[in-house]
Design a protein around this ligand. Sequence first.
Ligand SMILES: [Zn+2]
Length: 413
Amino acid sequence: MKNVAYQVAALTAFLMITTQTGFAGKDPEARLRQKAERIHRKILTLDSHNDTPMWLADTSYSFAEDHRGKRPRNRVDIPGMKAGGLDGAFFAVFTSQGERSEEGNLHAMNEALKLFEAIDKTVERHSGQLEKAITARDAADINRRGKLAVFIGVENGYPIGNDLSNVEKFYKLGARYITLCHTRNNDLCDSSTDSTEHNGVTPLGYRVIEEMNRLGMLIDVSHVSDKSFYDAIKASKTPVIASHSCARAICNNPRNLDDDMLRALAADDGVIQMCILSSYVKTPEPFPQRDSAQAALRLKYRGFRGLSDEEMNQARKEWYALEDTYPQKLATVADVVDHIDHIVKVAGIRHVGIGTDFDGGGAVSGCGDASEMNNITLELVRRGYSARQIRMIWSGNLLRVMQEAEAFASASK
Ligand SMILES: [Zn+2]
C-alpha cells in the first residue's frame, strides 16, 4: 500500500516537472509536429522517382547548391534532401520517346549514357555526402555512414532498342528498374497516353521483362497502358512497381491506376509509389488562358524537341514568364494523402510508397521540393498512421519488392 502511494506521488511529481518544462504542456498541433518530425528523422525515407539527372548533366548546375526559391527551380539537391529528411532517391535516366528506328534508338542510348555519366560524376564530386546504391540493403548502410543514397532507374525502355544485351548494360551501370515506356508507345509496349498499337506488351517487351527478372531489376509499370500493366504483371516472375503513379478513383487520369489495377498489384505483392505531380493528384480546374498560352509556346518551340541550348533557354524563360502570369493552382499534401488513404483501403498498407517526380513536373502545395518531404509524414501522422506504417510507406515496401527481385535473380543463377 505504502509502495503504491509512493509510486503515485512520484508519478505526480514527474507529471508536474514535465508540464513545467513544457513537454506535455504544448498545444496538440505542436505535439503532433514534434511526433511527425521524430518519426521522419528516425525512419529511412526513399523517393522512387526524380528527373533531377537532366539537371546534373548541365555542367553549370551544382547538386550541392541550395536551389530553393531560385529559378530554374531545381527541386532536389543535397541541402534540400538534408532539410527535408530525404535519405535517398532513384534518379531517373530518362529519354523522351523519339523515332523508333536504328538511328533513333542509338540517339536515345547516347542520351541515356550521358545521364548515367552525369549521375556518377555527381556522386564522385560529392562523395562525402552521396553514395551510389545498387541493392536494397545499401540504402540503410549508406544512411548509417551519414550519406544520401543515389539509386538509378531508367525511365523509358526506348534506348534498349532491339538489343536485349542493353538491359544488362543498364544493370551494370547501376540501374535497378526500367519504366517500360514513357508518354508514347515504344517497341516494348503501349503507353497509357497513346493509342492502342500493340495491344499491350510486345514480344520484345516480354523478352526484356524476362531479362530484367534474370538480372534482378524491377519492372516499372508507371506510364504503361492498362493492358500493358496486366501483361507485365502476368509476365514478371517478381512483383512489379509503379515508380510514380496515383489512384485513378481519386483523380481520373490515364496515368493513374484504377481500383482493379491496385488490387492486381497487391495480389502480385507489388507497390505503387505515390506521384506528387499535381495534375495526377487532382484534376486541375479549367484555366483556358493558361492552356492556350502553353499550347502556343509548345507550337512555337516545336514541342520542345530538337532545340539548341540557346533555344531551350529562351523557351524555358518564356515558360516561367507564362507561369507567373497564369499561376497554376496546385494540389495539396492533404490531396496526396487522400490517394495514399485510398490505396491503403483498396490494396493495403504493404503496397504503397512515394515517388515524387520532382524535376519532372512533380510538386504540390506544401511539398514543392525535397526540403518539404517531411510534410507528407506530418499529414500521415495527423491521419493516425503509426510509425511502423509510415516506415513501410517511406521505404519498407519498396525495399521489400527490391529484395524479392534480388532473391529471384540470385536463386536463378
Ligand atoms: Zn514519368
